[in-house]
Ligand binder design. Structure first.
Ligand code: ZN
Length: 224
């Protein structure tokens, strides 16, 4: 009889414990299953601009600053030399300046010493103008081999390519540039655009909508 009472008591305790666990655990599980939008993990996207600086760069900086967005500019050394003021403005805005070679050749066609010259001269010029030595490098045309990669690494430059190509340099139209980003952006995307090398007015016009729509989808903007 005593054994039976103990068993009954134990059973009631066990039921109570399960109920408490269910209430506590249940509400937790609910919170995890249906997070509020603000609690969702954000996706990140990096906007990158190649071939500048040029006369279009200040317009791009203006859009970025108005929206509180920072980006990465892979600058061509001889363009930096020709536009030191714009280069300084870019750096002072908090944007990152990377090395995109001195004169935009296909580096895989050059000798090792030519490759080193293209990269080191550009890093030195960016350092001279902004006070900051670049740590990122994007090879022109994305063309890279072991020698290019090794030389970059010896100079403290980390190669960064892209995975969303807007094709903006071909001037496909403002909407086509916007669509190319919105159709392909996902967490960790690196978007390739251009602030130099030709007429970049379509890129400038596309940028505000790219930023606002990515933001609406919960993306945050990162520089590396
Ligand atoms: Zn380029």
């Amino acid at each position: 009889m005593r054994k039976l009472l103990l068993l009954l008591f134990g059973f009631i305790l066990a039921c109570w414990g399960t109920l408490v666990l269910f209430i506590v655990g249940g509400s937790d599980a609910h919170a995890q299953t249906y997070p509020l939008p603000a609690q969702q993990a954000k996706s990140s996207v990096a906007l990158t601009f190649d071939d500048g600086p040029s006369a279009y760069t200040p317009q791009i900086l203006n859009v970025l600053q108005r929206n509180g967005v920072r980006a990465t500019f892979f600058s061509v050394g001889q363009q930096v030399q020709g536009h030191p003021g714009i280069t300084q403005e870019t750096s002072q805005a908090g944007d990152v300046i990377g090395n995109h070679s001195w004169s935009h050749p296909d580096l895989t066609l050059l000798t090792p010493s030519q490759i080193r010259g293209q990269l080191s001269r550009t890093s030195e010029e960016i350092q001279r103008v902004t006070g900051v030595s670049p740590t990122l490098f994007r090879p022109p045309y994305g063309a890279m081999n072991a020698t290019v990669r090794g030389t970059a690494e010896q100079l403290g430059l980390r190669p960064v390519l892209w995975n969303v190509d807007t094709g903006d340099w071909q001037r496909p139209g403002v909407n086509a540039i916007i669509r190319s980003v919105l159709d392909h952006a996902s967490n960790g995307s690196i978007v390739l655009m251009h602030d130099g090398g030709g007429d970049r007015s379509q890129t400038v016009q596309a940028l505000p909508q790219i930023i606002s729509e990515l933001r609406q989808r919960g993306f945050v903007f990162v520089t590396e």
